[in-house]
Design a protein around this ligand. Structure first.
Ligand SMILES: Cc1cc2nc3c(=O)[nH]c(=O)nc-3n(C[C@H](O)[C@H](O)[C@H](O)COP(=O)(O)OP(=O)(O)OC[C@H]3O[C@@H](n4cnc5c(N)ncnc54)[C@H](O)[C@@H]3O)c2cc1C
Length: 337
């Protein structure tokens, strides 16, 4: 394992922000990871996956450990389901395509989400009406301080909207090594009720779609709506959609009857943050090299040489203005480092 000093992270974060790691190492095996953690027990550590859910606002004065563990295996199966384990360093989208090619169902609606498999439980990634928690069985993780290996079953992960135990009580305590998904082998539950999927499929004259056709439709929609980080630096949705108590929402809604919302329970309502930001007039606005995407107000972008601080300043302006206009606080979904 080669430890690099003063290492540029520009190619390791999808915002394309220039920031340095005081030390950087890539880990390809479990035994190497254990040795590394033992030998560097006194050093501060930072775990890096695909870098697609972080905004680097400063250099990282720590040993940055890039998890590059690879491997996919079928653990067990019955007539209806298969339990597939993927190592943390596998690219998520490639893993999703692998499951689709085996005709295993459950992940197709999350096609083309950037990042690695090991990071998916951390914020319970989701898209187009599906979240990781719907197919997650368990994950194996290593404790950073004593290298103990522990299996977390679904109920222990406390999954919620873009939340899990790994972002809260156990934040920065474990390195996720692999994840097991329980996927369907037949009678797939195709879910095309969300967003534009049905419309995209009918454009392609597809009724009764296969997993592959659903995935292709989602890839087409995402490519048409979201900027490709290889072309324009970004981290996907910068903010979470705020969840309000119904009683609070009703007061705001009287003032802004055109406000979009989704009832998520008898007592709670989710408001699309993108709608709030667009209404506040930010869509397409640019401040130097930092800005808000022209088609997607929820996505902050780096037009070239923005610093993490530039993007952070824009995000604060957006939050402040949305609060002043609507009385609604929007929180960052992206990890601010
Ligand atoms: C264009 C674009 C579109 C996106 N669309 C979506 C979407 O539709 N839905 C969605 O949910 N997200 C979306 N995202 C966000 C992002 O892709 C996901 O959050 C993804 O799971 C992040 O994975 P990563 O490996 O890149 O994580 P990183 O950015 O590398 O890390 C994120 C956090 O997890 C920690 N971490 C990383 N690996 C490990 C590990 N093995 N063990 C423990 N901690 C670890 C890091 O320290 C950091 O705090 C999008 C991002 C982009 C750029």
């Amino acid at each position: 394992m080669e430890i690099h000093q003063n290492f540029s992270l520009k190619n390791y974060n999808t915002f394309g922000i220039e920031a340095k790691a005081s030390q950087f190492v890539e880990v390809h095996s479990l035994s190497d990871l254990k040795i590394l953690l033992e030998e560097h027990s006194q050093d501060k550590k930072f775990i890096l996956g695909g870098g697609s859910n972080m905004l680097l606002t400063q250099d990282i004065d720590a040993l940055v450990i890039h998890i590059d563990l690879k491997g996919i295996q079928i653990l067990k199966q019955d007539d209806d389901y298969v339990w597939v384990q993927s190592s943390a360093g596998e690219n998520w989208h490639e893993f999703v395509l692998w499951t689709i090619n085996q005709d295993f169902g459950g992940l197709e609606n999350m096609s083309l989400i950037p990042g690695n498999v090991g990071t998916t439980p951390i914020q319970n990634i989701g898209a187009y009406g599906t979240e990781i928690k719907d197919t997650f069985d368990s994950c194996v993780a290593m404790a950073i301080d004593n290298q103990e290996i522990r299996t977390f079953h679904k109920e222990e992960c406390h999954f919620d909207y873009r939340e899990s135990v790994f972002k809260k009580e156990l934040k920065e305590q474990y390195i996720i090594l692999s994840v097991v998904f329980k996927l369907s082998k037949r009678n797939h539950k195709i879910n095309i009720s969300y967003g534009d999927i049905a419309a995209e499929l009918s454009k392609q004259n597809t009724s009764n779609p296969s997993l592959k056709e659903v995935s292709n439709a989602i890839i087409a929609i995402r490519n048409s709506k979201l900027p490709n980080p290889k072309v324009l630096g970004n981290s996907g949705s910068f903010f979470k959609n705020p969840i309000l108590k119904k009683t609070d929402f009703e007061k705001i809604h009287q003032q802004f009857p055109e406000m979009k919302y989704y009832e998520i329970s008898d007592t709670e309502v989710k408001v699309p943050a993108g709608w709030l930001i667009e209404k506040a007039g930010f869509k397409g606005k640019r401040y130097g090299d930092a800005g808000i995407h022209e088609n997607q107000a929820l996505v902050l972008v780096n037009y070239g040489n923005a610093s993490g601080q530039d993007i952070l300043n824009v995000s604060k302006t957006v939050q402040q203005t949305v609060f002043e206009l609507f009385g609604i606080r929007i929180e960052a979904e992206v990890n601010i480092i």
